[in-house]
Design a protein around this ligand. Structure first.
Ligand SMILES: [Zn+2]
Ligand SMILES: [Zn+2]
Length: 126
């Protein structure tokens, strides 16, 4: 079974993920824009049992539109967010797709919050 490891920019925080992601989702929302510093975020969702996390993290918690909180885990040394938990889907862990640094990582199958898409980002990205 394939094993992929996501890491923060300094390598201290790691999330080792077994198997293929259950879902890969691209998010144009303004919160993802601020969190990533990019025009959108890409989350790979894995069953919690398929992910082994390590390293020291700090958390940033915010309410999601679902009414449940989302808890982001970021590296206190380099600041990169590697993984997070949407408390609405407590059986899943979301991992930042870019943290795998793998151009062959599976593409997103959906895009959400299209109303916040930057004008230059192609509409048919997903
Ligand atoms: Zn780091
Ligand atoms: Zn978002």
């Amino acid at each position: 079974m394939i094993l992929r490891t996501a890491t923060c920019a300094c390598g201290q925080v790691r999330a080792a993920c077994r198997g293929e992601p259950s879902k890969v989702s691209l998010c144009h929302c303004l919160e993802c824009q601020r969190r990533t510093g990019g025009p959108f975020g890409v989350a790979a969702f894995f069953p919690r049992a398929a992910v082994e996390v390590s390293g020291e993290t700090r958390e940033f918690r915010r309410p999601a539109d679902s009414g449940f909180d989302v808890v982001f885990r970021f590296c206190p040394h380099c600041g990169a967010t590697v993984w997070w938990e949407a408390l609405r889907k407590a059986d899943m862990i979301a991992v930042a797709a870019g943290a795998f640094a793998d151009p062959d990582f599976p593409a997103p199958s959906q895009a959400v919050y299209g109303e916040h898409r930057h004008a230059w980002v192609p509409e048919d990205l997903v």
